[in-house]
Write a protein that binds this ligand. Structure first.
Ligand code: SF4
Length: 234
């Protein structure tokens, strides 16, 4: 399928070049054509493995240049709960797995405190390649990679999405989302309830904020019918 997609894109580029050579505007811009084609192609993908194969070697945005690994995401493909962070960090880039650094270990403790294991949930990021020096992903990078996250969410079809930090909330809820003022309330992404909370990396810098995240997790547990048998995350 990937081969088919690449051939189609090549064909469109060739057509656009021909139009340009004879001084005419192509019917629609090649970039838009590519976007439409990719959307159509992604709609046909119905498994995470297939999507992962499609992403293999992706160079859609400049983040490919410095990455060691694409950090696709991991966990239960039928998870009821999906955690979405913003981007892989150094350790994630090296291991090719999401949330394995210090912030990841804190997320694992949060998941356990909810009475779950990492293998019960699905964990991924908005962008799949590490931004240099862990800077925030830029708008063009988010735009390029977001269709892959959206496809992951369509395939998994969870009961609840928990966004971690501002970038993930803005990607799924809206560009104006303000994490400090708006976390802890229910939003919706394609009819899936979304609970935005702080990123674990922020909690490492601001441990006093953990209690708010725990409040948000309790709302998720209630939505999922999980018993609240645990106490706050330390
Ligand atoms: S961040 Fe996403 S779009 Fe950019 S190169 Fe990596 S996988 Fe491709």
């Amino acid at each position: 399928m990937k081969e088919e997609m690449l051939n189609l894109i090549k064909e469109i580029k060739r057509t656009v070049k021909l139009y340009n050579e004879i001084g005419m505007l192509p019917p629609i811009s090649s970039r838009r054509e590519e976007k439409v084609l990719e959307e159509k192609f992604l709609e046909k993908i119905n498994s995470l493995d297939e999507l992962k194969k499609y992403l293999d070697g992706c160079k859609k945005c400049k983040l490919y240049k410095n990455r060691k690994n694409i950090v696709f995401g991991e966990g239960n493909p039928d998870a009821e709960l999906v955690f979405v962070g913003e981007a892989p960090g150094r350790e994630e880039d090296i291991e090719g797995r999401p949330f394995v650094g210090e912030a990841g270990r804190l997320l694992t403790r949060i998941i356990k405190a909810m009475g779950l294991e990492r293998r019960d949930v699905y964990i991924c990021n908005v962008v799949k390649c590490r931004p240099p020096r862990n800077r925030d992903p830029e708008i063009d990078e988010i735009k390029a990679c977001l269709p892959f996250l959206k496809t992951q969410l369509r395939i998994i079809s969870p009961k609840v999405i928990c966004t971690l930090g501002r970038i993930a909330a803005q990607a799924l809820i809206g560009r104006d989302f303000k994490i400090t003022q708006q976390r802890g309330r229910w939003y919706s992404y394609k009819d899936i309830p979304v609970m935005p909370t702080f990123h674990p990396a922020y909690l490492l810098r601001n441990p006093s904020q953990k209690k708010y995240v725990w409040e948000d997790m309790k709302k998720i547990m209630e939505k999922l019918g999980l018993n609240e048998k645990n106490k706050e995350v330390d």
